[in-house]
Ligand binder design. Structure first.
Ligand code: IVH
Length: 663
């Protein structure tokens, strides 16, 4: 064999082994100096003889590959999330549900690592792709960055095709070190380990990612049956033997009591761990049992996440300031002395409205307790009144808009104050931001800051102005930061948005009470905006899930905004619903359903969606207005209620027969 290739192979082997021993086994076998010497030698050879550089060479670890855009990748199997439980009781319910389905499970307990999940795809044992979770269906290709994570093997111990999933994370110490450095450079600090890890893998330049010293644990094999495995524990071991870093803290629990024991022990040592965990993941060990238990649209039914309780800390309420939302609603916000809660720095918290502040008897200058649980937004729990000094300032609601200084309005019977000045700059900016946002018209490239700037420069004063930007391109380009290429892209996206289905427009208009779900419902029901604009309050109230407040709000909105809709129509914005039409079935349409117990092979959500797509309503409790109660295995008290009130009952067979006849 050629001498150069032979040396490349030798160096590759030495470096891969050294990496594995150091980063996966935590058991260094050569010194850092030796490692660097071999790595430099390999880098030099690859420079001189690029044809001998393997795509999966250990020199990838230092980064180098730069991409100009993240490619979207559709996951072969969706990347599901986990349902949460918050206490022992809920955990026991999770166990009972499995037992009620006829199983006697043992569980694997794992740390719930606070990072971001990743899918790693290997072909013939070589890492070919790393993909983020994204929305679970489509993620982003981050292969160039994944290769810099030293505990992720570039080559496996077996030349097999496999996709595994795990968590990329940043150690607590690494975050601290990075932030110390950022302080000296005057850069904004990274808020917590999860944001830091997520930001790090979303670098276009892999050299940047390499500097962030990310780590990973692998915890899931989507296609375990393909490899003749019987249990999750065996699967973890199998992945470990392939060279993956699998957490040695993972433990088998024979029953739910042992799970609780594991949680208690972990809670005690959580603080001392090198990385952040925000809970314990509990997975049914037997893979066949897992398959039989199945999945909902979002979660496996065979696993759950026990979340550690929220952490509370004390800090000072320095001020209460007011912000204006897109509907003109005024929100008081707590300005806090920055504190770290659950690994995030908190300096603001919403105080919702005047009544909320008053009910908590908050005064400016108070010492308050702040609570935060995982992803949940922080909240002010209470004022520590015993620590008052007498210097605190009572809270006073404002009566003029903090932006335009017009008098505020309060709707009788409601708690909120509104700025109703149609010229209020903040209201207008917020409504344009909302219109272009992802769940609304989804105009990529028009971020919050750009919208605000275009507004202040006078280019976009209202929603129709967005569609006129293409005629102002030359003028905008005279301002700093607007390149032709990026403007063209934005204009392209603006044009594309004209074709959106009606529900995006309805949500984007920012009609009070209309979220994405109601927008979809109205669009699918009325098919086009003209039908909707002609609907009366009663027409609207007849629709399931639409109550009086929403119906009033829709009618009022269209009464006041005829001109805007006409302008948008003239621009060429689609105002038709493009989704699937709602079906009709005499047994289902217009009826009110209640579901109790489980129907095999169908999740509660699936049944609900199917019924709703035929204009039926599904509610939580049985009343005399209920038309049908669907009763599956292990029904709850709703079954008794149905009998008492003499409501027609469909058993599993009947329910399946009807549901399966629906499209
Ligand atoms: S299992 C189908 N195991 O938690 C099973 N997830 O809240 C999928 N996570 O999206 C996940 N540690 O990003 C699993 N030991 C662990 C985990 C874990 C952290 C994350 C993961 C998931 C999220 C759900």
């Amino acid at each position: 064999m050629n001498e150069i290739k032979k040396r490349v192979d030798e160096l590759t082997k030495i470096l891969n082994e050294a990496n594995y021993n150091y980063y996966v086994l935590d058991n260094p076998t050569i010194t850092d100096q030796e490692y660097d010497k071999y790595l430099r030698e390999l880098i030099n050879i690859e420079k001189m003889y690029p044809k001998y550089a393997y795509p999966n060479s250990p020199t990838n670890r230092v980064g180098g590959e730069v991409i100009d855009k993240f490619q979207k990748v559709v996951h072969e199997k969706p990347m599901l999330s986990l349902a949460n439980v918050f206490n022992e009781e809920e955990l026991k319910e999770f166990d009972s549900k499995i037992k009620n389905a006829g199983f006697d499970p043992s569980y694997v307990c794992e740390f719930k690592i606070d990072g971001l999940s990743v899918a790693l795809i290997y072909e013939k044992g070589k890492l070919v792709k790393g993909v983020t979770r994204g929305d679970g269906i489509t993620g982003e290709d981050i292969t160039h960055n994944v290769k810099t994570i030293k505990s992720i093997p570039l080559i496996l111990n077996e030349p097999i095709d496999i996709e595994v999933r795990g968590e990329i994370f940043m150690n607590k110490k690494t975050l601290y070190k990075l932030n110390e450095k950022r302080k000296t450079l005057g850069l904004p600090l990274l808020q917590n380990v999860r944001n830091a890890a997520a930001g790090s893998v979303r670098q276009l330049d892999s050299k940047e990612t390499a500097k962030r010293e990310l780590d990973n644990f692998i915890y899931y094999l989507p296609d375990a049956a393909k490899y003749n495995l019987n249990t999750h524990l065996e699967t973890l071991n199998f992945m470990k033997n392939l060279g993956f870093k699998v957490n040695s803290e993972n433990k088998l629990a024979k029953n739910i009591d042992e799970v609780i024991e594991y949680i208690k022990k972990t809670t005690l040592k959580r603080e001392k761990l090198a990385y952040e965990i925000d809970g314990i993941v509990i997975k049914v060990n037997d893979l066949k049992m897992q398959e039989k238990l199945g999945y909902t649209a979002k979660y496996p039914k065979w696993a759950t996440a026990y979340k550690f309780p929220a952490e509370e800390v004390l800090t000072k309420l320095k001020d209460i300031i007011f912000t204006v939302g897109r509907t003109g609603r005024i929100t008081p916000n707590a300005v806090l002395e920055p504190v770290i809660v659950m690994g995030s720095t908190i300096s603001r918290a919403t105080l919702h409205n005047e009544e909320y502040v008053k009910s908590k008897n908050l005064m400016i200058g108070d010492i308050v307790s702040i609570r935060k649980a995982g992803d949940v937004i922080p909240e002010v729990v209470e004022a520590k009144t015993s620590r008052r000094t007498g210097k605190e300032i009572p809270f006073k609601m404002i009566d003029t808009c903090p932006m335009c200084h017009e008098k505020l309005t309060k709707i009788p019977g409601q708690v909120d104050y509104y700025c109703i000045n149609p010229m209020c700059p903040k209201r207008n900016i917020e409504s344009i931001i909302h219109f272009v946002s992802r769940d609304a018209m989804n105009i990529e490239g028009l971020g919050d800051e750009i919208v605000e700037e275009l507004y202040n420069l006078g280019f976009v004063k209202n929603i129709p102005d967005i569609y006129d930007l293409k005629n102002k391109k030359e003028l905008i380009m005279e301002f700093d930061g607007y390149g032709e290429k990026s403007l063209n892209k934005i204009i392209d996206n603006i044009e594309k948005s004209k074709k959106n289905s009606l529900e995006r427009l309805l949500f984007g208009l920012g009609i009070r009470e209309i979220g994405t779900k109601t927008a979809k419902l109205l669009a699918s029901y009325f098919k086009n905006i003209d039908n909707l604009m002609q609907a009366t309050i009663d027409d609207l109230k007849d629709i399931r899930d639409i109550g009086e407040v929403t119906a009033d709000s829709v009618v009022l909105y269209f009464k006041n905004n005829h001109q805007l809709i006409a302008d948008l129509k003239k621009i060429g914005i689609n105002m038709q619903y493009k989704g699937k039409a709602l079906g009709s079935n005499e047994l289902v349409t217009g009826k009110k359903f209640v579901i109790t117990g489980t129907i095999s092979g169908m999740s509660r959500k699936e049944i609900k969606e199917k019924l709703e797509s035929y204009k039926a309503t599904v509610s939580e409790s049985v009343s005399k207005n209920t038309n049908v109660v669907i009763v599956g295995a292990n029904p709850g008290s709703k079954y008794q209620d149905a009998i008492k009130l003499n409501i027609p009952i469909w058993d599993e067979e009947k329910a399946k027969e009807v549901l399966n006849s629906l499209q």
